[in-house]
Design a binder for this molecule. Sequence first.
Ligand SMILES: [Zn+2]
Ligand SMILES: [Zn+2]
Length: 258
Amino acid sequence: MDSIKEFFSISIFGISKYFIVAGSYYVVCYILYKKTLKNARIQNKEIVGKDIKREIRHSVLASVIMSVIIFIILESDWVKYTQWYQNIQDYPVWWLPLSILSGIFIHDTYFYWLHRLLHHRRIFRYAHLVHHQSHNPSPFASYSFHFLEAIGEGLIVPVLLFIIPFHPISLYCFIVAGFLINAYGHLGYEIAPKWFRNSFLFQVLNSSVYHNLHHSKFRGNYGLYFRFWDKIMKTENPSYEEEYDKIQSKRFDNQKTQ
Ligand SMILES: [Zn+2]
Ligand SMILES: [Zn+2]
């Protein structure tokens, strides 16, 4: 009985996180500030209800699959082989934020290579085409995965739990932080501040334009949080900075003349 309750609470957390984050981004950008943000829109094409429905359907299923994976690893004997700890005093307090940050770095590497695999010509059609049905993604596309891809994406949690010590607080913060960044990548709007373009962070971090280009061109920009792997593997879209600059000048040059 306790296991059923545990499974439901993990699933409810996964599904509500999806709707709260993606829904808030959607309400802010596509409804409340649609006019104000018109110059921040990455593609001109309107997003239609049919696409959003498909994205939500796949995302809810993917959220449940990812919850099943978390449930299995935490509730089975496998947990003994992980570094999961529930007594917060087992590690220093500073390890909590550091474990979240380490999780983000490991996840970026995991995601990049999984994503490259998903783009393999023999696999793409079966496991990744669903995600690429969103040529012009909305935040609801963030988890719009085929169930095989959802399993691959969800396995990051066991991988992390085997590699580094994770407390429940760190795990849930990691999942929420990762999803906030993921949904920003699928936002359809570039909302990064003006200073971001000329800062060191621009060379390191992904942006909404970055992942949007992956959806519109189907190739390049495979990374999730950072540009490292795409730079190392020379898979970055060569027109990324040019495309970013177009949006940047649309957003901020217009502002000056208004
Ligand atoms: Zn892809
Ligand atoms: Zn995507």
